[in-house]
Design a protein around this ligand. Structure first.
Ligand code: WT7
Length: 658
């Protein structure tokens, strides 16, 4: 793999087959939509909200900016998300159409029709009500990738409960923190989850989380029996899912909620403090989920769509649970991992299910490239991938070499790649090619989605000319934007609407636009947030986890460094309460600390690299010089000015690996 020189970057015009019949066909169509939004911003979104969503009570107000930045969209309208995703499709005659093709970790396949998904959702919705869950209550979902996981989310939406899905890889401590912050009344979980042939004990992690205290708001724990593995049982609040739904009717009148009613909270990392509960509203979010699924993925009735994300992340919310179902699409839901039983799993599943649209993360692509290079048996050329017509990428920048490989080896050179830039906070795609319209440049997410006012500015909020880098912002509010941080409106304002940016939304990424086309390239986070394998993590969070190991750790600083496969890797510099260890002892303590972080946050937060020092590089006023640590982590020679450093000798020490 070689990284391409920026000057050699090729332009890929949309192939004829992608242009023909596309929902947005040709660049003129894209420009027309942009012009419509520019001429009448609210009129544009109102038109789409009427076209894409079914309202119980139509809205008359579009955007309310009176309490900026707490924007409200379609506020006097009423609707229900689960009605829009399920009942509406059954009413349109799609009852027998397959909504979900589910494949388990060990390769068992089942299909669920829209009719069936509706009745299962209704039954669970009734069961939740019977357990006392009411509109506005928060329900934490800690589930494996499963039909039941999707049903749990839809059932919450059906009764107006606000779900907060916690990724199954998070630790008991992280789960506890989220339950407490959300004040959840219920946890829906499974006995175990199967990943890569291994059973992971979800229920016992829930038990542990509840035993850590602070979860008094929880009244019930509903357990989906996935494996039948042994679980501890607390009959005061544990209930089997199959038992609570058994006696429930298969119809349930949806709770018609206001458009601004919180559909979900999803916790994500920021540069400071604990993870924040990003709050999304019902109407605006569902509009953008449906709209982007239709235009970015050009979803048609006969497509088989597969988004490989987990429902624990926003990608799984928008492009598994909500977007494709709102459009009556057919999608694949996969329980397992890309490397089990071997690294050909994704390609085999595309072949078996005749997937037409495939959406995954660069980190997965890069690791599968490596796997194909070392083991020819799992090379994609061994599989029939001819059903594919469109590919997508999300979560982190895709390097041009990985893009080219994906394009050639998975897309057979004929499938456009939509490199979609967005965030938990944005609800759906913000900057992305439209496959039937936008010429592609590998490594660039190209142009804003029609109606999204993405721009690049300097620290004072002034536009930066194309060809220069700057701060990525969104100038106008948009329907699927974050509404607030749960329980912390001040933090919401401070994080996303700093006063110097003139009321623009601050994304937290750096970006540039090329001089010729105005195409965006994301250069990465400008705050202390890391992106490891497409997972977002705050350096402060990992530092807090390390120093909470009070027996061992005196001080810790965490930085990211570029990594070929995972995009970024976590590098921790640690000062112990005992003399600086070397050799075998250092390796042993490093392993201990890695496990500690896994226990505190989850395995995804384990530092790849841990270095020990007698101290950290600090200025005379005691500030840790992170830019130096970043250079050391990269293995660079220190060329920066170190004259303000209290203790320059420490740099050599920290440069030594264990
Ligand atoms: C951060 C958001 C978007 C859903 C999954 C991640 C990075 C995301 C891209 C892309 C370059 C990207 C950004 C962003 N990011 N997509 N196509 N190109 N960078 O959601 O966990 O909220 O993370 O992921 O840095 O700010 P998230």
């Amino acid at each position: 793999m070689s990284t391409q020189d920026a000057h050699e970057l090729k332009l890929y015009s949309p192939p004829e087959a992608a242009v023909k019949g596309a929902h947005v066909s040709g660049m003129e169509a894209y420009k027309k939509l942009e012009a419509e939004a520019e001429a009448d911003y609210q009129g544009y979104w109102a038109r789409l909200a009427r076209e894409f969503l079914t309202w119980k009570q139509p809205f008359t107000k579009v955007l309310n900016e009176s309490d900026a930045p707490f924007f409200k969209w379609f506020e006097d309208g009423k609707l229900n998300v689960s009605y829009n995703c399920l009942d509406r499709n059954v009413e349109r005659g799609l009852g027998d159409k397959t909504a979900i093709i589910f494949e388990t970790d060990d390769g068992k396949v089942s299909r669920v029709s829209y009719k069936e998904l509706l009745s299962r959702t209704s039954q669970l919705a009734n069961a939740l009500k019977a357990q006392g869950v009411k509109k506005g209550d928060r329900v934490v979902i800690y589930m494996p990738m499963s039909v039941e996981g999707v049903v749990a989310m839809q059932a919450c939406a059906r009764i107006g409960a606000t779900h907060s899905v916690v990724f199954g890889g998070f630790s008991a401590q992280s789960l506890r923190d989220r339950i407490e912050d959300a004040g959840a009344v219920m946890v829906i979980t499974a006995d175990e989850q199967m990943r890569g042939g291994k059973a992971l004990p979800l229920k016992s992690i829930v038990d542990e989380a509840l035993s850590l205290g602070g979860c008094d708001s929880i009244r019930n724990v509903i357990v989906y029996q996935r494996t039948g593995g042994k679980v501890a049982w607390n009959s005061a609040h544990d209930k089997w899912l199959h038992e609570v739904v058994a006696s429930q009717p298969a119809t349930c009148e949806p709770e018609w909620v206001e458009a601004e009613h919180p559909l979900f909270l999803l916790y994500t990392s920021g540069s400071t403090g604990k993870p924040k509960g990003v709050q999304h509203a019902t109407g605006g979010y569902l509009l953008h989920a449906a709209l982007t699924t239709k235009w970015t993925f050009d979803l048609k009735d006969d497509d088989v769509f597969w988004c490989t994300a987990d429902i624990g992340w926003v990608t799984g919310h928008t492009y598994i649970t909500y977007g494709p179902l709102a459009l009556g699409g057919t999608e694949v839901v996969f329980e397992g991992i890309p490397t089990y039983p071997d690294a050909g799993r994704f390609w085999k599943m595309i072949q078996d299910h005749k997937v037409t649209i495939f959406y995954t993360a660069p980190t997965a692509i890069r690791s599968l490239i490596k796997a194909a290079e070392t083991n020819p048996a799992v090379h994609p050329k061994n599989y029939d991938l001819s059903s594919l017509r469109l590919l997508g990428s999300v979560g982190e920048p895709i390097n041009p070499a990985a893009w080219e490989w994906y394009h050639q080896n998975i897309g057979g050179g004929r499938c456009p790649i939509v490199d979609t830039w967005w965030q938990t906070e944005t609800g759906g795609h913000m900057i992305t090619p439209l496959p039937g319209a936008t010429p592609l440049v590998p490594g660039s997410c190209t142009l804003p989605f029609p109606g999204i006012t993405a721009a690049i500015v300097d620290e004072t909020g002034h536009d930066v000319p194309n060809g220069q880098g700057g701060i990525l912002v969104v100038k106008k509010p948009w329907p699927s934007m974050i509404r607030t941080i749960w329980g912390d409106p001040e933090r919401f304002k401070k994080s996303y609407y700093p006063p110097e940016l003139k009321g623009y939304y601050l994304a937290g990424d750096g970006a540039s636009r090329d001089a010729e086309r105005g195409y965006f390239t994301i250069t990465g986070r400008i705050d202390d947030v890391l992106n490891v394998s497409g997972h977002r993590m705050g350096t402060m969070e990992i530092e807090s986890a390390l120093v909470s190991c009070t027996e061992l750790v005196a001080e810790a600083a965490v930085v990211g460094r570029p990594d070929e496969t995972t995009g970024e890797a976590i590098c921790a510099f640690v000062v112990l309460k005992r003399p600086r260890p070397t050799g075998e002892e250092a390796r042993k303590i490093a392993a201990e600390l890695r496990n500690w972080v896994a226990k505190e946050i989850g395995p995804i937060a384990k530092p790849k690299d841990i270095r020990f020092g007698d101290n950290l590089p600090k200025t005379r006023s005691g500030k840790i010089m992170r830019r130096l640590l970043r250079s050391i982590a990269k293995g660079e020679q220190i060329t920066q000015d170190t004259s303000t450093l209290e203790n320059p000798a420490i740099l050599d020490q920290l440069a030594q690996t264990n």
